[in-house]
Design a protein around this ligand. Structure first.
Ligand SMILES: Cc1cc2nc3c(=O)[nH]c(=O)nc-3n(C[C@H](O)[C@H](O)[C@H](O)COP(=O)(O)O)c2cc1C
Length: 244
């Protein structure tokens, strides 16, 4: 809100929290995007409006990042031949993943894990080169670059959902294969192939839950107070073990 006398008056009459709180509809919109966001693998292939794409890119670029590092680099893949090659890259790794999976490999092969050939747009999100030079917030936790780029991806995901657009994050690939397809230099690290596009419907719950692959743990087992709570940790661990 621009600075105005109305804002000054409002500041005097309401508490600070109310002053900063979104109005109810806006607040509801934020939670709706969070709860109704889904990882999508089924798309229609009609094109995405360029202005909408601009908004999503701005959402990505407004993400928090460690020491304002902004480690994300986003490659829009416009050429159909490159998209086809990325699809092959994922297919290759999907088979290797299944082989490494043991008991559940056949079940895994039944899952749809990407919609690269069907979606409106494919973006490859990549960590920048020379990340080792950025020490702020990464001296002991170097993965904070990945965490920052993940925040950018989550911003795209939520903004896309609010726009009625689906997104799927595909990470089943060998980064070197993706580098080769898009001429990405050795020091940069591809972390996601994002499939973006219009959808006929959003899954009402995570597809992996609908397919019986995994289940969601109980929130109370994931939140601890003051100290590590081994009982909770064990239950959350068990929940995770059961679906491996
Ligand atoms: C870092 C990351 C990588 C992911 N990679 C893949 C992937 O390669 N293929 C896939 O089908 N889903 C992938 N997903 C989506 C997850 O399977 C999905 O988020 C999870 O099942 C929960 O479903 P939801 O996102 O609809 O809530 C990825 C998600 C994240 C956060």
């Amino acid at each position: 809100m621009p600075w105005s006398w109305q804002a000054v008056v409002k500041l005097r009459v309401v508490g600070m929290t109310e002053q900063f709180e979104f109005d109810p509809a806006a607040k509801e919109g934020v939670y709706k995007a969070i709860f109704e966001r889904r990882d999508m693998r089924h798309f229609r292939n009609d094109p995405i409006d360029e202005q909408l794409i601009e908004r999503l890119l701005h959402a990505a670029h407004s993400a928090p990042s460690v020491g304002l590092m902004q480690p994300w680099r986003i490659v829009r893949v416009l050429r159909p031949d490159l998209r086809g090659l990325l699809h092959q890259v994922v297919e290759r790794e999907r088979i290797k993943t299944a082989e490494a999976m043991g008991e559940r490999s056949d079940e895994f092969m039944q899952l749809k894990v990407q919609g690269i050939l069907d979606c409106g747009e494919v973006w490859v999100v990549t960590l920048m080169e020379q990340r080792e030079r950025h020490v702020f917030g990464r001296r002991t936790l170097p993965d904070m670059d990945l965490a920052s780029a993940s925040c950018a991806i989550q911003n795209i995901w939520l903004a896309a959902r609010a726009e009625g657009l689906g997104m799927g994050w595909v990470s089943i690939f060998d980064p070197q294969d993706v580098r080769d397809v898009l001429s990405i230099p050795e020091g940069a690290e591809p972390i996601g192939i994002l499939c973006l596009g219009h959808v006929d419907e959003f899954y009402d719950q995570p597809m992996l839950i609908k397919e019986g692959w995994a289940s969601r743990g109980k929130l109370t087992d994931y939140v601890m107070c003051d100290t590590w709570e081994p009982d909770k940790a064990a239950r959350a661990q068990q929940q995770w073990d059961d679906q491996l």
